[in-house]
Design a protein around this ligand. Structure first.
Ligand code: ADP
Ligand code: MG
Length: 240
């Protein structure tokens, strides 16, 4: 579903991604960890071309992301993205937030968009908030709305960039639970997170990045029990 072949990216003279090789199959959950500034967000953002790569080949759902001829709208329709800050539209109700892209981008009817929005609101556990405004919701609830909004586009891939980092601790669990059920249902997911419990429980693979490189990639059991790289070892020892 996602293939990075020798991807490099520069911001001006700064080499932010270095020879990235990463392959994510349909239905896989890959958790990306690493120190701040190591390139995790940049790597995610290349997948839906929020960032362009400097060299290498990136294939997503059969599309060549860096090709000029690639239909970026089609590419982005297949990819949902959830950020640290939920980025909901403050002047729209929860329902309208979720219905906006399906009606504007996919052109489906209001009725169908409404049914879809309610379906995903139920899935994330807050159907009773349909007519609330974002400011009336807790951070955890807002993030669940953001996930429902992503799902309403029926994406093939979901990208999560530190989805729980801005939440109060007591709200982290409810968001992780939604992500866990999504993973169990077979969604292809790339998740940047510092939640090692989530990584252990849900990830098919853990990818450890440092200074723009993938330093280590392993199954969670193996990675957490015995990371083979010193940099990964140090990173984990600081977290735990
Ligand atoms: P992470 O998500 O792992 O913290 P990022 O991908 O956000 O890392 O950033 C990696 C590096 O690239 C950092 O040093 C950051 O300062 C730099 N960087 C990120 N975005 C830009 C940008 N738009 N222009 C220049 N440098 C950037
Ligand atoms: Mg980041």
């Amino acid at each position: 579903m996602i293939h990075f072949h020798q991807i490099n990216k520069h911001y001006g003279s700064f080499h932010v991604l270095k020879d990235i090789d990463l392959h994510i199959k349909a239905g896989e959950v890959v958790v990306i960890i690493g120190p701040s500034g190591s390139g995790k967000s940049t790597l995610l953002r290349c997948i839906n071309r929020l960032e362009t790569v400097t060299s290498g080949e990136l294939l997503v759902n059969g599309m060549k992301v860096s090709d000029k001829s690639t239909n970026i709208n089609k590419l982005r329709q297949d990819i949902g993205m959830v950020f640290q800050h939920f980025n909901l539209y403050p002047h729209m109700t929860v329902l309208k937030n979720i219905m906006l892209a399906p009606t504007k981008v996919l052109g489906i009817s209001e009725k169908e968009a409404l049914d879809t929005a309610m379906h995903y609101l139920e899935k994330v556990g807050i159907p009773e908030k349909a007519n609330a405004f974002p400011s009336q919701l807790s951070g955890g609830q807002q993030q669940r709305v953001a996930i429902a909004r992503g799902l309403a586009m029926k994406p093939k891939i979901m990208l999560f960039d530190e989805p729980t980092s801005a939440l109060d601790p007591e709200m982290v669990g409810e968001v992780l639970d939604v992500m866990k059920s999504l993973a169990r249902e077979g969604m292809t997911m790339a998740v940047v997170t510092h939640e090692m419990g989530f990584a252990r429980e849900v990830a098919d693979r853990v990818v450890f990045m440092d200074q723009g490189q993938i330093v280590e990639e392993a199954a969670p059991d193996q990675f957490f029990a015995n990371p083979s790289e010193e940099r990964a070892r140090q990173f984990l020892s600081r977290l735990m």
